[in-house]
Structures are given as structure tokens and as C-alpha cells.
Design a protein around this ligand. Structure first.
Ligand code: NAD
Ligand code: WQD
Length: 335
């Protein structure tokens, strides 16, 4: 049996895809989730893909008792910490909830890891820590970080700094992955993103709108200084992103300092390019209209991926068309 890796938030969108890729790479994923933003049947779906049941603990990452139980029942080699709240708008309304789950959650996890002498951490950070880059839309890991634009972004910035401080003590060996915009779903159509209520993100809103569950899509602004006036993001297939976690676990980061990697394709796409990619690959029409800008949106950002290619030997394989096709396959399987 392979090395045991704890995935907090393991039934969520990125955690579930990572569980599959870890298993294929010979690891043994152990999942913890409080189901605050996921459903327990995802466990069966993962099992169907890998043809194996996985260990699952129902519990909260802020609960030291369950963490101690997991570390005593299994020899855990490393932890991938996905469990967090991720809605930018909700974080503005309820910042304390975000500090509690995202900041206290990581504090508790690191405390119990230290007690249990588990030294390896891979952490889910976000391109949101870059804010709107001032000089260049392409950001590398050395691009200066801007002041956080939301409490959510602040929690990710704080999390990165906490990890840095704990690494300095010499106990922790950490990789921080700054995800760009994860989209798409597993090619099997069995797992994907499960947004609660009206999706705030582009791709789940788009697919739900094509499925007739939502109103036509509103494109938030076409007067940005980009090629077609709409915002630019670096969309990354969730399976490619999941594979970056396997590479991160296999990487021996320096002691005393976390290693940070951008995880994106390195290519920016406008909102209108996303829509035409969807229409081209599915043959369907996306109902949309142009609306006003969304408050807080940045104009453009995409990843410089040289560091992750060089040091983790990872690069994305799926293109935007694949992302759209798989997102639509997944949407069609929902009822
Ligand atoms: P998700 O909501 O689908 O997954 C998070 C999982 O964590 C959910 O299953 C949820 O039930 C669980 N969870 C939340 N609070 C918990 C707690 N206190 N204890 C135990 N489990 C808890 O989100 P995701 O898109 O898979 O995101 C995973 C991580 O990646 C998060 O840290 C998120 O901030 C980060 N991230 C996501 C994106 C994105 O666009 N999806 C981009 C950058 C970074
Ligand atoms: C993408 C583009 C919108 C919806 C957010 C978080 C970020 C990270 C990823 C976690 C933008 C446009 C969207 C719609 C639209 N998450 N859009 N109509 O804003 O880049 O990033 O998710 O860390 O922190 O802020 O992603 O999918 O919301 O938007 O036109 O109905 O689509 O303006 O240009 P975003 P998004």
C-alpha cells in the first residue's frame, strides 16, 4: 500500500479530483470533510472511478480531537489542506466566519501535525493574493503581492504567512500552490463542481444557464483594456490541477521556507473566448448579454508557469475546449 496522505476538504471540487489522481499515482488518500460545501455521495463517485473504497472521516478541521484520531489511526506522511470557505462575496458579508474556518482551521491543523510529527504540507492558495498586478498581467511567484481585495483573499495571504513562520521553526516542509481559475470536471462525468445556490463563478453559471436552470449569462463588462474588452483569466482544468498536487508531494522542499508555485496554463482567455470555446466544442449556443462591470473584478491576470515546469516537471495538458466539454458533460449528468 502507498503512502497515506490526509486530504482535508477531500470531498470538495478540487479535493475529490486530487484523491483520484493521488490514488492513480500510488498514494493512499484519507479524506476529512464536514460536508459544509459537498455531498457524501461524492465518496461513492470517487470509489466508482478508482474501483476502491477510500477512508473517509466526517468532521471539522478545527476539531483537534478528530485530527488526533486520524493521525493515531493512520501513519500519515503528508497533508493536503483544501478545507476552507471560498466565496469572495460571502467573505465581505461575514469576515469572521472566514477567519474562523480558514485561519483557525489551519492553526489547528498545524498544531496537531506538529504534535504528531507530520511534517509535509501542501496548501491551497490562490492567484487572488496577487490582486491586480500593476506592471504585467503575467505574474510569477516573485511578483509583489497587492493588498488583499477581500477578507477571503486576506485569509489566503495570512495562511501563506503562517506557513512561512512555522516553516522557519524547522518543523514543517511546505509547498504552497497558487491556483488560477480551476474549471472543468473529471472526463468520466462522475465528479465535478457542485455549487450551492446561484454560482458566482463564470463556468458553472454558464453551463447552468445553457441547461436552462439559470437566466442568460451576464458578461460583466466589455470596456476593459483587453483585446475584446472582457476580462482575462487563466482557466486551468481541475484534473491538471489535481496532478500538480501529486508533483508537489513528490517534491522535497527546502527546510525553513515554503516553496511557492503558480498553477495555471500560462495562457489568458477573455470571457468571450470562453463562451466561443464552449459553443465550438458543444455545438450549443450560450445565451448571454453584456452587463456592467462587477465590483472588485480585476482586468486581467495569468500565470507565469516556468517555475512549476522547471522544478515540479508539471505542465497543463488540457486546453480550454477540453475544459468546456468536460464542464458540460458534468452539467448534463446533473438533474
Ligand atoms: P470546495 O468548497 O468544493 O471544497 C472545500 C471542501 O472543504 C468542501 O467539501 C467543504 O465541505 C470542506 N470544508 C469546508 N470547511 C471545512 C471544515 N471546517 N472542516 C472540514 N471540511 C471543510 O472548494 P474547492 O474549489 O475544492 O477549493 C479547495 C481549496 O482551494 C480551498 O482552500 C479554496 O480556497 C482553494 N481555491 C479554490 C479555487 C477555486 O476557484 N475553486 C481557487 C483558488 C483556491
Ligand atoms: C471569471 C471571469 C468575471 C461570472 C474567483 C475568486 C478567486 C478564485 C477564483 C478562489 C471574470 C466573469 C463571471 C458571470 C462574468 N477563487 N464573469 N459573468 O473572479 O476570476 O476569481 O474565483 O481562490 O479568488 O475571486 O472568477 O469565475 O467569478 O470570474 O462575466 O456571471 O468571468 O467578470 O472576468 P474570478 P469568476
Amino acid at each position: 500500500m502507498g503512502k497515506k496522505i490526509l486530504l482535508t476538504g477531500g470531498l470538495g471540487y478540487i479535493g475529490s479530483h486530487t484523491a483520484v489522481e493521488l490514488f492513480h499515482a500510488g498514494f493512499q488518500p484519507i479524506l476529512l470533510d464536514n460536508l459544509s460545501n459537498s455531498r457524501v455521495d461524492v465518496l461513492d463517485r470517487i470509489g466508482e472511478i478508482i474501483q476502491q473504497p477510500l477512508h473517509f472521516y466526517l468532521g471539522d478541521v478545527r476539531d483537534g480531537k478528530i485530527l488526533r484520531q486520524i493521525f493515531s489511526e493512520h501513519q500519515i506522511e503528508g497533508v493536503i489542506h483544501f478545507a476552507a470557505l471560498k466565496s469572495v462575496s460571502e467573505s465581505v458579508q461575514q469576515p469572521l466566519k472566514y477567519f474562523d474556518v480558514n485561519v483557525s482551521g489551519l492553526t489547528q491543523l498545524l498544531q496537531v501535525m506538529q504534535e504528531s510529527n507530520v511534517k509535509k504540507l501542501v496548501f491551497s492558495s490562490s492567484c487572488t493574493v496577487y490582486g491586480q498586478p500593476t506592471d504585467n498581467w503575467e505574474v510569477s511567484e516573485n511578483t509583489p503581492l497587492q493588498d488583499p481585495m477581500s477578507p477571503y483573499a486576506r485569509t489566503k495571504r495570512m495562511n501563506e504567512e503562517m506557513i512561512q513562520d512555522v516553516c522557519h521553526t524547522g518543523f514543517l516542509s511546505a509547498v504552497i500552490l497558487r491556483y488560477f481559475n480551476p474549471v472543468g470536471a473529471h472526463p468520466s462525468g462522475l465528479i465535478g463542481e457542485l455549487p450551492l445556490g446561484v454560482p458566482a463563478n463564470l463556468v458553472p453559471f454558464l453551463t447552468q444557464s445553457v441547461a436552462g436552470i439559470r437566466q442568460p449569462l451576464t458578461v460583466f463588462g466589455n470596456d476593459y483594456p483587453t483585446s475584446d474588452g472582457t476580462c482575462i483569466r487563466d482557466y486551468i482544468h481541475v484534473v491538471d490541477l489535481a496532478k500538480a498536487h501529486v508533483a508537489a508531494l513528490n517534491f522535497n522542499s527546502k527546510e525553513h521556507s515554503p516553496e511557492v508555485f503558480n498553477v495555471g496554463t500560462g495562457k489568458g482567455s477573455t470571457v468571450l473566448e470562453v463562451i466561443s470555446s464552449f459553443e465550438k466544442t458543444t455545438g450549443l449556443t450560450v445565451p448571454f448579454s453584456i452587463g456592467p462591470r462587477r465590483e472588485g473584478d480585476i482586468t486581467a491576470v495569468y500565470a507565469n508557469t516556468e517555475k512549476i515546469q522547471r522544478e515540479l516537471n508539471w505542465k497543463s495538458n488540457y486546453c480550454l475546449d477540453d475544459m468546456m466539454l468536460h464542464a458540460w458533460n458534468w452539467q448534463k449528468n446533473q438533474n
